[in-house]
Design a binder for this molecule. Structure first.
Ligand code: IMP
Length: 193
């Protein structure tokens, strides 16, 4: 029988991707699938702490193996901001357009625009915690380019690539070099050796 594994998210795009990769090995359940509609605490000072906090919370409440992910954009000229606050940089909600406006405003006139996305995945399997990381280096442009992706994609140009932003790439192109793609690959190597 296939083992249940909770992915502490309701993001259908992320779920589809993981279900595809782990098909036949794990039955990947979302928070909706387990009827969890609570606000899981995410109050740690860094993305690693938040990923671990979410996975531990779900494991404690549901007793099923579980993993969660957390991502942040770190801009060097802003001392690593927005970092752990990437989703709620400008407002309390997840308003990506307002977040980008705030970021571009803070970087007005700044020429050193290096940045990176970092993802941490925390897995609790058989009661043990494992973490997996992924990073991608790039720079923040001065204006938006491209319509694809989400979040800060339209202003992030990865160093590896041909000059396009993440928002100008297909999902496959982005996943092949992205922070989350790399962290997910490491998780899957571990689960699916
Ligand atoms: P989450 O931890 O995946 O929810 O990501 C937190 C925030 O980081 C999101 O609300 C987005 O603003 C941003 N973010 C995460 N992943 C990406 C990405 O792949 N591209 C652009 N922005 C991202």
């Amino acid at each position: 029988m296939m083992k249940d594994l909770i992915f502490a998210t309701n993001n259908t795009h992320k779920l589809d991707e993981l279900r595809q990769i782990l098909a036949g090995r794990y039955n990947v359940l979302s928070l909706n699938d387990i009827d969890c509609h609570e606000d899981i605490p995410e109050t740690a000072p860094d993305i690693e702490g938040n990923a671990v906090m979410k996975a531990q919370w779900v494991h404690e409440h549901y007793g099923i193996d579980c993993f969660s992910d957390d991502t942040g954009l770190e801009v060097d000229a802003l001392n690593g901001e927005p970092g752990v606050r990437s989703a709620r940089y400008a407002t309390d909600g997840h308003d990506s357009e307002a977040n980008i406006d705030k970021l571009l405003g803070k970087l007005q006139g700044v020429t050193e625009r290096s940045a990176r996305f970092r993802t941490v995945i925390a897995l609790i399997r058989d009661g043990e915690l494992h973490t997996f990381r992924g990073e991608v280096e790039g720079e923040i442009l001065t204006e938006r380019h491209g319509m694809g992706g989400f979040g800060y994609d339209s202003v992030f140009r990865p160093v590896e690539g041909d000059g396009r932003t993440f928002a100008q790439m297909s999902a496959e192109e982005k996943n092949a070099i992205s922070h989350r793609g790399r962290a997910v690959a490491r998780l899957c190597e571990f689960l699916n050796p």
